[in-house]
Design a protein around this ligand. Structure first.
Ligand code: B12
Ligand code: SF4
Length: 473
């Protein structure tokens, strides 16, 4: 029997994390009946041409879409495929369409949207396409679905209750050119995810909306078995665990570490950790993780102001992050802390508290880095909803959401003076401890000197670097 061809597309984005979402949905398809091609826009000189070629005669194109710039690329590809191959069904899934399924369907090229977890819902949609149960104009369900199986009345919005991810098959990394990602990342780092969802309720984050504060995690033995196989096949030296909160269950994490140690696997790894989880974490578990290769944790401190943390329902104390950082220092584990400034109506004292926290963390040593972001009203979050209620202008269409990074590049809640300080601080902090390229060495020395002494006036180096980047672009 001839196999149906399914094409999956990952839009362009600034980093080279492996397209785990599409690997997940592609791996869940019955491969004896479907041939799956995964195209990553970040790897292609001309993504549209590549997708047009791949979708020639294909049954379906599945596109994974995050809010922001990826939407623009996803729209370009979708519109081109719709025009050239009108019979190819186009399905959007991922975070943005999950938050705006109906608005996404307003885009003429999109036939169906998968909301939330994608494995089962996509497999089900594809089965229906293969069986020919789809309207000629491209809208799935024209023959009148009745809203069963988690579909809306038109059948074009597919939503399945999230299942335990242990029920799904192993991810098939053969769907991607693993070596190309290693080359682009400039390290043999494999991305992998051991869990889905998050139990917390931070009001700036879309996870509680999309996964309803549900969480499921792979069994430790399965994690180790899969990593074992992948390690022998791809010879990676590092793993980036891309879970929302890898350290959700200390016992599970400890068991993963023990499994890695027991199998004598030799790679380092980094993972996401909440500050409160780290503070509570048994020293023995952290030590086991260290021995099993844990080299860095990424912690969302978000703000140095306890008042702001309480307001955003982070359920975290600032001190807990410092307790965690201190523990990590004792065990030789690096820490990257994410911080956000410019929340709606954030007072200057709160921004100052965040900068102070950043400096205090950085002062713990070169292994303690901070990444500062400006708040952006990403959709599906209580803060963004509150802004909308009070009349704050927000994007409406897909095209407008695609431009959110440009339209919100300056937070209206941070004044110009503070912004200049934050930008300079971020720049010197980033350059000071970036991977040491030969040409960067003198620049790094100056940057570190500035950071140590808090001297950010006359940022000549910053102006030059930005000018060079502009010229290169
Ligand atoms: C890796 C990552 C990235 C990578 C993207 C890699 C890639 N694919 O290109 C990079 C670094 C580029 C990135 C960028 C951004 N990211 Co990001 N990122 C992640 C992270 C850590 C992991 C994603 C992942 O692979 N998960 C594992 C897979 C298996 O799960 P999944 O993505 O949820 O996929 C499931 C479903 O969503 C669905 N699905 C997904 N795609 C598709 C497609 C089809 C066809 C179907 C049917 C189903 C489907 O099925 C999958 C399996 O169940 C997540 C957090 C997380 N743990 O999910 C944040 C996350 C997705 N990012 C987020 C955000 C906010 C962003 C940014 C918008 C901003 C930012 N500052 O980070 C930018 C957008 C890019 C830009 N503006 O240029 C938010 C999503 C919010 C949103 N509205 O989009 C998340 C959830 C973090 C958070 N908690 O806030 N990100
Ligand atoms: S910010 Fe992190 S801890 Fe908070 S809800 Fe989102 S994923 Fe969970």
């Amino acid at each position: 029997m001839r196999k149906h061809h399914i094409v999956l597309y990952n839009p362009r984005a600034p980093f080279f994390t492996m397209p785990l979402a599409l690997i997940a949905v592609g791996s869940a398809l019955d491969r004896s009946r479907y041939e799956v091609t995964l195209v990553d826009g970040r790897l292609e000189p001309d993504p549209v041409a590549r997708v047009l070629d791949a979708t020639d005669g294909a049954l379906c194109l599945g596109v994974s879409v995050l809010t922001g710039i990826p939407i623009r690329d996803a729209l370009g590809v979708t519109r081109a495929v719709r025009a050239r191959h009108p019979r190819c069904r186009i399905v959007w899934g991922g975070w943005h369409p999950s938050l705006f399924p109906r608005e996404t369907l307003n885009e003429a090229g999109v036939d169906a949207v998968v909301v939330g977890q994608g494995e089962e819902a996509f497999a089900d949609l594809v089965e229906r396409f293969a069986a020919g149960r789809t309207g000629q104009d491209g809208r799935d369900g024209q023959e009148g679905e009745d809203g069963e199986n988690g579909r809306d009345a038109t059948g074009a919005i597919a939503r399945r209750p999230a299942r335990d991810i242990n029920d799904f098959p192993e991810h098939d990394y053969g769907l991607i050119a693993v070596e190309r990602y290693f080359a682009l990342k400039r390290e043999r780092q494999l991305d992998y995810t051991t869990s889905q969802g998050c139990r917390f309720r931070c009001t700036f984050c879309a996870d509680p909306t999309v996964y309803g504060r549900a969480w499921s995690g792979l069994e430790p033995a399965r994690v180790a078995t899969e990593l074992d196989r992948l390690w022998h096949r791809h010879h990676f030296t590092d793993v980036g665990f891309q879970d929302e909160t890898f350290f959700t269950h200390a016992n599970r994490v400890g068991a993963i570490a023990e499994e890695i140690l027991g199998r004598d696997l030799h790679f380092t790894w980094m993972a996401t950790m909440r500050g409160d989880q780290g503070a509570r974490l048994d020293e023995h578990v952290l030590l086991a993780c260290r021995h099993a290769g844990l080299r860095r944790v990424m912690i969302g401190l978000e703000s140095g102001s306890q008042q702001m943390l309480d307001w955003m329902k982070k359920d975290l104390k600032v001190e807990q992050v410092f307790v965690t950082a201190e523990k990590c220092r004792r065990h030789g584990i690096a820490v990257l802390c994410n911080l956000i400034v410019g929340f709606p109506d954030e007072p200057p004292e709160s921004v100052a508290a965040t900068l102070d926290a950043a400096k205090a963390l950085r002062a713990l040593g070169p292994d303690f880095q901070v990444a500062l972001f400006y708040y952006r009203p990403y959709p599906g979050t209580p803060i963004t909803d509150a802004l909308a209620r009070r009349g704050h202008p927000l994007p409406r269409s897909l095209d407008e959401w695609a431009a959110i990074e440009e339209s919100t590049s300056h937070s209206p809640w941070v004044d110009a003076g503070k912004r200049a300080l934050i930008d300079r601080f971020s720049f010197y902090q980033r350059i000071g401890w970036a991977r040491p390229d030969a040409w960067r060495v003198p620049l790094q020395a100056i940057a570190r000197w500035r950071c140590r002494r808090d001297v950010y006036a006359f940022p000549i180096e910053k102006t030059i670097v930005e000018w060079v980047r502009q010229v290169r672009a």
